[in-house]
Ligand binder design. Sequence first.
Ligand code: NDP
Length: 445
Amino acid sequence: MDARLEAIRDTVLARNPGEAEFHQAVVEVFESLGPVHDRHPEFLEAAILERLCEPERQIIFRVPWTDDQGRVQINRGFRVEFNSALGPYKGGLRFHPSVYLGIVKFLGFEQIFKNALTGMPIGGGKGGSDFDPRGRSDAEVMRFCQSFMTELYRHIGEYTDVPAGDIGVGGREIGYLFGQYKRITNRYESGVLTGKGISWGGSLVRPEATGFGTVIFTEEMLKTRGTSFDGQRVVVSGSGNVAINAVAKAQSLGATVVACSDSSGYIVDEAGIDVGLLRQVKELERGRLKDYALRRSGVAYVEAGSVWDVDATVALPCATQNELDGDAAARLVRNGLVAIGEGANMPSTREAVAVFQEAGVLFGPGKAANAGGVATSALEMQQNASRDSWSFEHTEQRLTDIMVGIHHRCASTADEYGEPGNYVLGANIGGFVKVADAMLAQGLI
Ligand code: NDP
């Protein structure tokens, strides 16, 4: 790392103790930024990096609710409003027992650069709770969401901060959150949340956007080597919103997706995943992958082990952070991996990224590859602002154009800085320069 940036990094890490994921995200970005500061000493003088690493605002709050037995439950809610240089804070809410400030900050920090790369007018933020929706009834989830919004509502708004979904937050949760926001404020403010239902202000393609976008970005990477998804053998991790739609899109382009996972195990379906059955089990029934294997012949279900044991030419990690370590990366490379597109945020550890890059595997980092979700959220905001709703075809074309544009921005930035094919560097520098320029223009705030 550049010596000038090392001192800033050390200060940031010391100021934010015990936040391992945030540290990891910061270090990864800093490692790319030395050459930018050679060209732009004004960024150092204006302390852009120090300011970027300090969220503009952080909110932590109590979320009391009652379960179906009438017992009082207490969770912790978070919203980190990281950077508004390019637009209102924008980023999802995650409901998962592992959520704490360090995870919300890593996600919010990444979101700043990701949102800049989309070219849309959105700043970076993230939020969530350590609430676990798994195994909870709809009524419990509704009471939790209502309590969560009873505090959050005062901090958000279509011109201020616009949350969306993430792990554990899908259409059901966004509905309950929107309903409570409307009730408290007495305003039908469509643009305050994205990921809404189609009949009440949502956008077509938003549910598919992150998974589709990841595949579109990966297809663009494959094209640079004269190949495509057609005929590839693909492994996907996760079986939630991002994973299912990545499976669907990859198969529509001619790939065979042979495996996917949930937090209990993984399935291997050599004939290619049946997307309809996967949606039925995971989305409609909120069931487990084990049930998929029970209902389709020729499918193996593996309870222990890692989905990365399955050989593939293309890997799409779409579950969670640090799910793919250096050993798994080395195994994938030995088994013939050509490309990896991160649908999840920071799913590959630092060691794994180094293995992929040394082996010359095409590596699309999450902040570029999974930006299709937030980009389509921004398209939802556009439709809300103009009281319009676009067709599936039009919206999907916009998404495709945006993902091709992000790929181009990353690739051309990597070329410009003398590291062709280094999408990590391209994404970090491409996003950073845009935000840094806007921060300089807006003065010391
Ligand atoms: P979902 O909640 O819909 O699905 C998450 C999937 O990952 C589930 O299959 C879940 O398993 C699995 N999973 C979650 N946590 C763990 C864990 N700790 N260990 C193993 N498996 C786990 O979430 P999304 O699909 O929305 O999000 C997946 C990833 O994509 C996240 O990293 C998220 O930040 C990122 N992302 C999401 C966007 C979106 O638009 N939704 C946008 C950009 C990025 P199980 O079913 O057992 O719970």
